[in-house]
Design a protein around this ligand. Structure first.
Ligand code: PLP
Length: 385
């Protein structure tokens, strides 16, 4: 068995899995140990190591980051008749998890500088929701592209309204804010190990909490809510959300390499900063101020008036050179599925979506692939001058 590079060899992808001999070794060990699925010692070890890394007392390994958000929200009390505030600038999973609970997602806009949940607008949203008599079960800040949300300000506001924070740290493992690691914020937090994230279990997630009761209930709900009886007694509807032992083996190997992988993404961020330095109308999103970020994805913001070209022009040129790039998350309030949702907006997310473009940022990029991207960007810029 050999581990091969990502598929679609020709095309340079945004963020493909970065796995090698160490992953192969640990997955092989898991197979040979006979602990294939569902649970096993690798799951326990993976949980302990991630909890330690994120400064949390408990971690529950799950089948996806979405599952982690779903269980965290259920335990925060989200359900029919309640609302949950989420940033409009996020991946749909954040809002979908709210809908799974039966609660209503309410969207709030982002700050210009980091694209994360705007504390001032959150204050306005919570004030108006209270005036409208809406019970808010939770606020879910998202650590966008690996940048931690402004938790000190957001948590202050949430305390005043007595609303718990559930942190969507799906993109942010390895980042920090001040002395605190991503995943340590809020009553509970969700991580994702999807294939395109900073590290992967091919698919998986983790719920992080300091509350032993929350962790225990997450384990129970994620294994079909089985009561401890030989005949499987059920008093509640549960879910099949646990991570398998094989995938946990992959996760342990990836976690050992996390800092090395972050180092490579950070180096790519630095090279993009250099590449676009002095290009009128272009700035690297979240930079400066990214020294504590995991640099999961690097994006540029293009002001077409000043640059004379748009983010979409660059996207098309890169595509022609077989280089993948992608706009920032399309804001949830613009998504047909959430049309008509209550929203508190000031235009920032719309502007970031219109002007932002995420560039290849994966730690598995080879020097040759980086050169392909650099040449494509330089060629595009030269043609536009
Ligand atoms: C990836 C992601 C998720 C969902 O994680 P999955 O493991 O894919 O379910 C949730 N929120 C954000 C912000 C994400 O980027």
């Amino acid at each position: 068995m050999t581990v091969t590079a990502a598929p679609a060899r020709g095309r340079v992808l945004l963020s493909s899995p970065d796995v090698g001999p160490r992953e192969e070794q640990l997955v092989g060990e898991a197979v040979r140990s006979g602990w294939i699925a569902p649970l096993g010692p690798m799951v326990d070890e993976f949980e302990a190591r991630v909890a330690d890394r994120c400064g949390r007392r408990h971690a529950v390994a799950l089948s996806s980051g979405t599952a982690a958000l779903h269980l965290a929200l259920l335990q925060a009390g989200a359900g029919p008749g309640t609302a949950v505030v989420v940033p409009t600038l996020t991946f749909a999973a954040t809002a979908n998890a709210v809908v799974y609970t039966g609660a209503e997602p309410v969207f709030v806009d982002a700050t210009e500088e980091s694209g994360t949940l705007d504390p001032q607008l959150l204050d306005r949203a919570l004030t108006e929701l209270r005036e409208a008599g809406t019970r808010v079960a939770a606020v879910v800040p998202v650590d966008l592209l690996g940048r931690c949300a402004d938790y000190p300000a957001l948590e202050r506001t949430c305390r005043r309204f007595d609303v718990p924070v559930v942190s969507d740290a799906a993109e942010a493992l390895g980042s920090s804010l001040g002395a605190r690691p991503a995943g340590s914020f809020g009553e509970s937090a969700a991580l994702s190990f999807n294939g395109n994230k900073i590290m992967t279990t091919s698919g998986g997630g983790m719920l992080l909490t300091d509350d032993p009761a929350v962790a225990a209930r997450a384990r129970y709900l994620s294994t079909q809510a089985r009561q401890p009886a030989v005949h499987y007694e059920h008093t509640e509807v549960g879910y099949n959300y646990r991570l398998s032992n094989l995938l946990a083996a992959l996760g342990i190997a990836q976690l050992e390499r996390l800092d090395e992988m972050i180092g490579r993404r950070r180096a790519l961020r630095r090279s993009y900063v250099q590449l676009f330095a002095g290009v009128p109308g272009v700035r690297v999103f979240q930079h400066p101020g990214d020294q504590d970020d995991n640099c999961w994805l690097t994006a540029v913001l293009v002001d077409p008036q000043t640059a004379g070209w748009s983010a979409d022009d660059l996207r098309a040129a890169l595509d022609a050179a077989d280089v993948e790039s992608r706009p920032l998350w399309k804001p949830m309030h613009q998504q047909p599925v959430f049309a008509g949702a209550r929203s508190f907006l000031d235009g920032t997310a719309d502007r970031l979506f219109a002007t932002g473009l995420a560039l290849p940022s994966g730690s598995a990029l080879t020097p040759q692939q980086v050169e392909v991207v650099t040449d494509a960007v330089l060629g595009f810029l030269a043609a536009r001058r």
